[in-house]
Design a protein around this ligand. Structure first.
Ligand SMILES: Nc1ncnc2c1ncn2[C@@H]1O[C@H](COP(=O)(O)OP(=O)(O)OP(=O)(O)O)[C@@H](O)[C@H]1O
Length: 334
């Protein structure tokens, strides 16, 4: 049984300019223990989707099933109860600035009428999980962005959620801090078994931490599946654009003289003899336009963009494919 299942979810906003179809017929199954990325450009419908996930926004049609419970079938009281399974963290942390760190973390427990001493004891445990036990009596304004997000995560954990929704939770953070927060989310997923949904516009975030991804455009899921599969071989136009974004640049475009191909391989070492041998075999040099190694869901993945002189594409592509490399033609200007 899926932990969260979106069934034909559509959301239309009526505006003065006419209806805006923010979500159109979205189907998605998120399973227990997944770290599920939802990625798309601005306006793709990600925020609407995340609000529909816990019925903060009611879909115009369709349903969301959380652990077998149809949210559509619930009244407001039952819905509030069901929502307790789901915590959220946001881009701007949403901390109570007049309260200390520990009081922020205690807040949901006080709302649930947990006795003060017990709440404070538990809050210290959550602060230990996020590595901030020494900041319990500090005010949020004295903390860095990454530390504030850690407090928000500790507060989210205090509701004992089974699902954690992260809405652009690292968008306001620098790359190093982003990595630390993503590592913390991975730890929480691993150690506490919490299913995590990450809304982001950054493919790096998905590649770093997510097990699965849904790629959205124009309110629709264009493709979804395991991150590794989609990284290796994106099918949709938007998927190709997002995966290729890192290597596309004007500098690369200037270098472009031939048809360009993207080659994905598991280890750097596996690739180098193949490309050298291919050049020797066909006595034709090929142009390496860019190469990176990434950590895709904990596995080292290399990718290389090469220009192959016209007339030689088929032989090179067949040669690479025979050796188990994933090859596809790409438009680096795209
Ligand atoms: N309350 C609303 N009223 C009218 N239109 C809305 C409303 N909320 C969202 N929309 C529209 O729905 C579409 C999807 O918006 P949404 O905020 O879900 O996208 P997004 O992918 O989260 O974008 P961003 O990354 O910029 O936040 C957009 O065209 C947006 O203008």
């Amino acid at each position: 049984m899926a932990e969260i299942k979106l069934v034909n979810v559509s959301k239309t906003f009526d505006t003065e300019e006419g209806p805006v179809h923010a979500l159109s017929d979205v189907n998605l199954s998120i399973h227990k223990g997944d770290i599920y990325g939802i990625i798309g450009m601005s306006g793709a419908g990600k925020s609407t989707l995340v609000r529909c996930l816990n019925f903060l926004e009611k879909p115009t049609s369709g349903d969301v099933i959380v652990q077998g419970v149809s949210l559509k079938s619930l009244n407001e009281k039952e819905l509030r109860e069901e929502r307790k399974k789901i915590s959220m963290i946001f881009q701007n942390f949403n901390l109570l600035m007049q309260k200390t760190v520990i009081d922020n973390v205690c807040f949901p427990m006080y709302l649930a009428h947990t006795p003060k001493a017990e709440a404070r004891k538990k809050a210290m445990e959550y602060l230990r999980i996020v590595g901030l036990e020494d900041k319990a009596n500090t005010y949020p304004s004295k903390l860095s962005g990454g530390q504030q997000q850690r407090v928000a995560i500790a507060r989210a954990l205090a509701s004992k959620p089974e699902i954690l929704l992260c809405d652009e939770a690292t968008s306001a953070l620098d790359p190093a801090t982003t990595k630390q927060i993503l590592a913390l989310l991975k730890k929480i997923n691993n150690e506490l078994g919490i299913t995590i949904v990450i809304i982001t516009h950054a493919m790096d975030v998905v590649e770093d931490v997510c097990s699965h991804v849904a790629i959205m455009e124009n309110g629709q899921v264009q493709e979804s599946g395991e991150v590794e599969t989609i990284f290796a071989n994106p099918q949709s136009a938007v998927g190709k654009r997002l995966v290729l974004k890192d290597v596309r640049s004007e500098a690369l475009a200037e270098l472009k003289t031939d048809k360009t191909f993207r080659i994905v391989f598991d280890k750097q070492s596996a690739f180098e003899p193949v490309i050298a041998n291919a050049i020797l075999t066909f006595q034709t040099p090929i142009n390496i336009l860019g190469a990176t190694t990434k950590n895709v869901h904990n596995q080292a993945k290399g990718e290389m963009i090469v220009g192959i002189p016209s007339g030689h594409e088929d032989e090179f592509v067949a040669y690479f494919k025979e050796r188990g490399l994933n090859v596809e033609e790409v438009d680096i200007n795209g």
